[in-house]
Design a protein around this ligand. Structure first.
Ligand code: NAD
Ligand SMILES: O=C(O)C(=O)C[C@@H](O)[C@H](O)[C@H](O)COP(=O)(O)O
Ligand code: ZN
Length: 375
């Protein structure tokens, strides 16, 4: 770590994937002076920056000025904010803009924004000239703790979330905690659901820490945010390193997502249900289903319910998604990428911090559970 990084209290989390490995750099104010964290990987003094209209307006000018001061000429492409931009039309527009910019195979594209910008830009980078580099500059809590790390990229289809995509690891992830200060409260809470997910998967002590520090994280205490973001990145990196392309353990990161993605697809990607909100509901449903299957104690499922309620996150499907029937939910869940030979691999739980994968959920039990929890 350089002297400047030490002075600025930068936390580094490595994602040790050999030739595809990279550093996650976490600190406050990194985007105000990004060159020290990028100079070693910039191929030429020209790069493409992708953002959404909200983030571009707020953070684009200062970032571009800082890069210009460092001698880097930036070409900005702006997409409309919101989940609706994870679609073929925006992908095509972005690819055309990057080709017009003159993107070369050795170039880097920078994604400045939340998971929508990161997933779309990462996917474009994975296919342009069969693969150009991408740097993630995540500006939402969700993207800082989850989507910027691990290389999953993609777009949505009417049939389901992220059904067209690729694995494409970033070259670097720069997390500026200062950007969280302008994030709307609802978005902060939604991102917090993915933080809670890591506690539920395999970090029970982290879950206990979150129970005591959730208000500090959400209200903007920088020390608490730095710890929560770094611990989340460490949790995700450990799983990604063990199973980069989800042939096994990485599916644990999908805790709550089989239910959550079905809820998002039903709602139609129009902002009515945010990804993190759907994940909060999905995590609660995963633990409640585990109780029904006699795998998890009622006390642990209730502990999660209480934590989500205290946070102000939705935790019942009916909180956000009325009219979704058990049959429709089962149809939507059939599109889950964890389905093989027609059987869905569920992420279930034996308690807080004890998630595991199961292909043994009887369809009639699932139907009964959904019927009791929907509409
Ligand atoms: N690739 C992965 O591993 C992965 C992991 C988790 C989620 N995701 C995906 O991420 C997406 C959700 O990402 P998200 O929650 O970041 O949503 P988002 O990208 O839609 O951002 C949320 C909203 O906040 C605004 N915003 C962003 N940063 C801001 C800031 N600093 N200040 C003010 N406003 C700001 C955006 O303009 C947008 O309106 C979903 O599509 C989900 O599927 C992907
Ligand atoms: O990185 C992963 O692996 C995850 O599953 C992280 C999830 O939070 C994220 O929402 C991811 O995009 C879901 O992946 P998918 O393959 O189920 O679409
Ligand atoms: Zn997610």
């Amino acid at each position: 770590m350089t002297e400047q990084q030490q002075a600025q209290k930068i936390t580094q989390v490595p994602v040790s994937l050999g030739a595809r490995g990279y550093q996650i750099m976490i600190g406050e104010g990194l985007l105000a002076d990004p060159m020290p964290y990028l100079a070693d990987i910039l191929p030429r003094p020209k790069l493409a920056l992708v953002s959404d209209d909200v983030v571009a307006a707020r953070y684009g000018p200062a970032l571009m000025a800082a890069l210009a001061d460092g001698g880097v000429d930036v070409d900005l492409h702006v997409i409309p904010a919101g989940e609706g931009s994870k679609c073929f039309a925006e992908l095509e527009r972005l690819c055309a803009a990057l080709l017009d910019f003159g993107i070369e195979r050795s170039d880097l594209v920078m994604a400045l924004g939340g998971g929508v910008v990161g997933d779309l830009t990462g996917f474009a980078a994975s296919v342009l000239r069969r693969g150009v580099g991408v740097v993630q500059l995540p500006t939402t809590l969700l993207s800082q703790v989850d989507s910027s790390v691990g290389g999953k990229t993609g777009i949505n289809m009417a049939q389901g979330k992220n059904l067209v995509g690729a694995f494409h690891q970033p070259r670097r992830v720069l997390i500026d905690l200062a950007t969280l200060d302008s994030l709307p409260e609802r978005e902060r809470k939604a991102g917090y659901a993915e933080v809670v997910k890591y506690g539920l998967i395999d970090r029970p002590d982290f879950f206990t820490w979150l129970e005591r520090n959730e208000a500090a994280v959400l209200k903007g205490d920088k020390q608490a945010q730095a710890y929560a973001v770094a611990e989340s990145c460490r949790a995700k990196a450990a799983i990604v390193v063990a199973d980069e392309r989800e042939s096994g353990a990485r599916a644990l990161l999908n805790l709550g997502h089989s239910f959550g993605h079905a809820i998002e697809a039903f709602a139609g990607y129009d902002g009515r249900v945010l990804h993190g909100e759907a994940v909060a509901i999905g995590c609660q449903m995963a633990l409640d289903l585990s109780v029904v299957l006699d795998l998890c104690s009622q006390a642990d499922a209730d502990r999660l319910r209480q934590h989500l309620a205290e946070t102000g996150l939705p935790h019942r499907c009916t909180d956000l998604c009325t009219g979704l029937s058990a049959d429709r939910m089962m149809d939507l869940m059939a599109q889950d990428k964890k389905v093989s030979a027609g059987v869905l691999t569920f992420v279930l739980s034996r308690g807080i911090g004890r998630a595991f994968l199961s292909r043994d959920v009887p369809p009639d039990v699932l139907r009964g559970f959904l019927t009791a929890n929907l509409i």
